[in-house]
Write a protein that binds this ligand. Structure first.
Ligand code: GLV
Length: 329
């Protein structure tokens, strides 16, 4: 780390808000990539080679290639709660602290889950495209019918902070909440969310709507594929606000085209920002450009929290949201 005499050097991998840059420039020498386009892995590795700390987003892959020359790097701070862009094992081996931004985005992201669920189940996007294209001639009794959200059963896959916040919203809609998680939650939390633990299979078969909020880890790759979609109700909506890769997009496109499920809402994609062309062709899907946490208040809070983490690490203090806590023991 930097000596007390000299300012630490940090790299900011993407454009951030001016107040964040000001905070960083007050304490460090800042190499700033003021672009909203991610650097190539080669360029990223060169920029990481000479710094003590880095502020990155989920689009920067922090792995063997990008860390290959990062010999003085002590902390990488992610402006995101998900950290599947980090090779945590490697960072820990290299004694590099890794941090993320939980909590500040929980409610905003839970709102997004509900937004996608309601928009997809009620065909909002499809209806708007149809209206804009000038097709609307008459109100009709059987026109643009969707599926109910209120008093239905929601199945939450991944019952962490965001999953629990979704469950609480669901209760206000009179919904029944079932959930699947790697581990069953403590009874107090189940009670607070009025949520019942079920198996993955039971959830898929029973839920009127399925919400994916689990972290992306290799075991969750294509966690929802052809077999899982076939278990779901033909009236169900599937929402993914977690990560691309959890859903097999080819299988989803097939299921939507063949009415195996009713509709879907996606905020995340397997190859984002490149979208599978098949997704653009199906009408019964709502597509958002990874904006789960994108409100002015929340994105600012995420930036500040990521900076708090970075500064703590550079000051030899335990960052509030340290991921590889082993390094602190
Ligand atoms: C966004 O996807 C995040 O992980 O914060």
């Amino acid at each position: 780390m930097a000596s007390s005499m000299s300012k630490p050097k940090i790299f900011v991998a993407r454009q951030i808000f001016p107040e964040g840059l000001e905070r960083l420039r007050a304490i460090a020498e800042v190499d700033y990539n003021d672009q909203s386009v991610p650097l190539s892995p080669v360029d990223l590795s060169l920029r990481l080679a000479h710094v003590d700390g880095a502020l990155v987003t989920g689009s920067e892959k922090i792995d063997a290639q990008t860390l290959s020359q990062a010999h003085r790097l002590k902390i990488v701070s992610n402006i995101a709660v998900g950290f599947n862009n980090f090779d945590i094992q490697l960072l820990t081996e290299k004694n590099i602290l890794a941090t993320n931004t939980p909590e500040v985005l929980t409610d905003t992201t839970a709102d997004m889950g509900f937004l996608l669920l309601m928009a997809a189940a009620r065909r909002l996007s499809e209806g708007e495209h149809w209206l804009r294209a000038g097709h609307w001639q008459n109100w009709s009794l059987g026109g643009m019918m969707g599926m109910d959200i209120h008093h239905s059963t929601i199945g939450v896959m991944g019952m962490g902070r965001i999953g629990q916040a979704i469950a609480k919203r669901a209760l206000a809609f009179g919904m029944t909440v079932i959930y699947y998680n790697r581990r069953q939650l403590p009874k107090e939390i189940e009670k607070e969310c009025q949520a019942t633990y079920v198996t993955k299979e039971e959830l898929l078969k029973t839920a009127d709507h399925v919400m994916l909020v689990m972290p992306y880890v290799p075991e969750n790759h294509h966690f929802i594929g052809e077999k899982e979609l076939a278990l779901m109700k033909s009236t169900a909506t599937l929402v993914n606000i977690a990560r691309g890769g959890i859903v097999d997009e080819n299988a989803l496109i097939h299921a939507l085209k063949n009415q195996i499920i009713f509709s879907a809402g996606l905020d995340v994609y397997e190859g984002e920002p490149n979208i599978h062309p098949g997704l653009l062709e199906v009408p019964n899907i709502v597509l958002a450009p990874h904006i789960g946490s994108a409100t002015q208040k929340t994105r600012l809070a995420m930036m500040h929290l990521a900076i708090d983490n970075l500064i703590a690490g550079l000051n030899h203090q335990q960052p509030p949201n340290l991921i590889n806590t082993d390094l602190w023991k």
